[in-house]
Design a protein around this ligand. Structure first.
Ligand code: BES
Ligand code: MN
Ligand code: ZN
Length: 507
């Protein structure tokens, strides 16, 4: 049984009260960098408290930089028990702060407030978009994963339970819609993070399929239908990629379809997610150092599942089918060998030159299923290549595919605050697909351009359907240090971009 972390998503309210009058455990205000030091960014705040912080800033070691969070006793005239300063960096040329800056500052502060009951966030909300960003950041920061901790340890790490956002838009109906959306969004991101953070002995393909059923249970009339193909059905259906990757594991593969089909759908979108619940590399085994992080190799499938759930919760007028390509890549006695040839769902054959290039094999079958079911567009999302991490690092995901789909995904990423960067698919890489025995190989002899080659391989399975491929290998799992609203471990990257994309398709 996959256990979710204790709290689901914090309770969120809006207030137009003077922040210093709020009796909360922690009051969050902004700081920023100016030409002569630090400035406190807070409306209606006692001038003497502001003055004291600004003059003491150098001695306190405060600069107003992003991710600088400091807890202080609240001064006289402030009803909150504690004041929390969160850095916003420098103001933009027009004197405001960008939405992502606000999102991160709110998240960084709330992330530091685990174990606190009530939090008020008084960051500048010049527009309703700013308010949405603050709400999203605060909720995204209010996350911990304590399902596998016992005793006091778990209680101490419970995220802030109630968050009040101070804004002049407290009575606007658009603001209310925005915070409802923020709650749906954060619930989805938290749901994806929970799955990623669930250890691989607990989350195997069949357990993931059960988790998908559980995730749609409470949707009621907004119904999402989950159907599961087990290993027998996958074999009978010629899903050679999923079966080939799964055969080295004692825990067999699954293909899970998660379908949301509202009555009036503007478009039919397929989301295909890589769900390798653990990637040892198979017979082409990975080195021991760092292998544990391959518990996150199902991040694409986690993002897809919870994006579909969020689309249903919001009642978007667009049909979305998620395909979760679930397998465990293990080097068991019946594992696929280098040199084996697989016949894929599409009918094409693949010579497996490297069993560690397993993601593209399961994704090829997921893409083929999406094509067969007749969608208008395919988005696939996968922790596909180490080359993505080398090229773009841990915070920027790669984006490839058809120009117009890539442009639409990029616009969605920008509006949601996730970082994606378009990468090319050079014609000459197709030569690397050539196999001496089958239609193609899964891994080119030349490692150069590994992310682009993987996309070139996937393109063989999309037919003529418009398509984009999201490689989230680096950003999916944070092993370094938390920042902004991003915790350690699963980040849930992709959910926000895909949800914004679906909203744009619905419009
Ligand atoms: N799951 C990995 C890619 C990965 C690497 C994700 C690092 C997150 C962090 C994938 O299955 C893989 O092993 N790819 C190989 C492909 C190669 C054998 C062609 C890689 O990138 O090294
Ligand atoms: Mn691999
Ligand atoms: Zn993998």
């Amino acid at each position: 049984m996959v256990r979710a972390s204790i709290a689901i998503v914090a309770d969120l309210t809006l207030s137009s009260k003077n922040p210093s009058s709020l009796r909360v455990d922690a009051l969050v205000v902004g700081t920023c960098k100016t030409s002569d030091g630090l400035a406190v960014v807070a409306d209606q705040f006692p001038a003497d408290v502001v003055h004291e912080i600004e003059t003491l800033a150098p001695q306190l070691g405060l600069t107003g930089a992003p991710d600088e969070v400091r807890k202080l006793p609240a001064g006289p005239g402030v009803k909150a028990a504690m004041l929390v300063l969160t850095g916003l960096g420098e103001r933009d040329a027009d004197g405001t702060f960008g939405e992502e800056t606000l999102r991160r500052a709110a998240g960084a502060a709330v992330r530091e407030l685990a174990g606190t009951q009530s939090v008020a966030v008084a960051l500048p909300t010049a527009t309703e978009g700013d308010l949405a960003a603050v709400a999203e950041g605060a909720l995204l920061g209010a996350y911990t994963f304590t399902a596998h901790r016992t005793g006091d340890d778990a209680a101490k790490q419970t995220p802030a339970a109630s968050i009040e956002i101070v804004t002049s838009y407290a009575r606007s109906s658009r603001a209310k819609a925005a915070i409802e959306r923020a709650q749906v969004l954060a619930t989805a991101v938290h749901g994806a993070r929970d799955l990623i953070n669930t250890p691989p002995n607990v989350l195997f393909p069949a357990a993931f399929a059960d988790a998908a059923k559980a995730a749609v249970k409470d949707l009621g009339a907004k119904g999402v239908k989950v159907s599961v193909l087990d290993e027998k059905q996958l074999t009978a259906g010629n899903y050679g990629g999923l079966v080939g990757v799964g055969r080295g594991s004692a825990r067999p593969p699954r293909l899970v379809k998660v379908a949301y089909a509202p009555a009036k759908a503007a478009k039919r979108v397929a989301l295909i997610g890589k769900g390798i619940t653990f990637d040892t590399g198979g017979i082409s085994i990975k080195p021991a150092a760092g292998m544990h992080a391959m518990t996150s190799d199902m991040s694409g499938a986690a993002a897809v599942l919870h994006t579909v759930v969020a689309a249903a919760r919001l009642g978007l007028p667009v049909a979305v089918t998620g395909y979760l390509c679930l397998a465990e890549n293990m080097p068991g006695g019946d594992a696929t060998r280098p040199g084996d040839v697989l016949t894929m769902r599409s009918g094409k054959t693949v010579e497996v030159t490297n069993t560690d290039a397993e993601g593209r094999l399961v994704m090829a079958d997921g893409l083929a299923a999406g094509v067969e079911d007749g969608h208008d567009v395919l988005l696939d999302i996968a922790t596909l290549t180490g080359a993505q991490v080398v090229a773009l690092g841990h915070r920027v995901s790669g984006l490839m595919g058809d120009d117009d789909v890539v442009a639409a995904v990029l616009a969605a990423a920008q509006s949601s605050g996730e970082q994606f960067w378009p990468m090319p698919m050079p014609e000459e890489l197709k030569a690397g697909l050539k196999s001496n025995v089958a239609d193609m190989v899964n891994s080119a002899a030349d490692r150069a351009g590994g992310m682009l080659f993987a996309a070139t391989f996937l393109k063989e399975f999309v037919g003529g359907t418009p398509w984009a491929h999201l490689d989230i290998a680096g950003p999916a799992f944070n092993e370094k240090a938390p920042f902004g609203y991003t915790p350690l471990g699963g980040t849930g990257v992709g959910v926000r971009t895909m949800l914004s994309y679906l909203e744009a398709q619905a419009a």
